[in-house]
Design a protein around this ligand. Structure first.
Ligand SMILES: Nc1ncnc2c1ncn2[C@@H]1O[C@H](COP(=O)(O)OP(=O)(O)OP(=O)(O)O)[C@@H](O)[C@H]1O
Ligand SMILES: [Mg+2]
Length: 147
């Protein structure tokens, strides 16, 4: 487990960007944190790190938004309004190929055991961002969260 402190939305995006540059084909980033913690901000950084241009809005209402044009495609998902496991299956995450999956509210449903869990917690005015890799490949991504 690695932990880093962020004092601004820009810094949270910059940490996401560093992770985005390190992500490998098929990686899964499970984002966990309360409403307004900064999961979408962090996802915007990941997109930038993957070389994706353009807006990365919150996917709350569409459940999953696909962003092309980067080093790897990005599937940006939000489980906040996801009903149940059967609805999850219709999203087809297992068939994403090389695309990176980044899911907000990932503690609501289990997608895969191999993942990088990123937990964002409000601490005063800032945020604590903790990363825990599960599986050998995702383990390596923890280095992005060193000061
Ligand atoms: N250090 C910080 N890192 C990230 N966001 C911050 C930070 N400090 C303040 N903020 C503010 O917190 C909010 C984070 O919003 P964001 O949409 O990224 O959260 P979220 O976790 O995706 O919320 P939701 O659960 O609604 O999807 C923004 O308004 C942002 O400006
Ligand atoms: Mg969000």
């Amino acid at each position: 487990m690695k932990s880093i402190h962020s004092t601004s939305v820009e810094q949270t995006q910059a940490i996401g960007e560093r992770l985005g540059r390190a992500l490998f084909p098929g990686a899964f980033v499970a984002l966990i944190g309360d409403l307004g913690a900064g999961k979408t901000a962090f996802s915007q950084g990941i997109a930038r790190g993957l070389g994706i241009r353009g807006r990365v809005p919150s996917p709350t209402f569409v459940l999953v938004q696909v962003h092309e044009g980067g080093r790897l495609p990005l599937w940006h998902a939000d489980f906040y309004r996801l009903g149940d496991e059967s609805e999850l299956e219709t999203l087809g995450f297992d068939e994403r190929g090389d695309a990176v999956l980044v899911a907000e509210w990932a503690d609501r449903f289990v997608v895969a055991s191999d993942r990088l869990e990123v937990r964002i917690t409000e601490v005063g005015e800032g945020r604590r961002i903790e990363a825990q890799g599960y599986g050998a490949a995702h383990d390596q991504l923890e280095v992005c969260f060193a000061d």
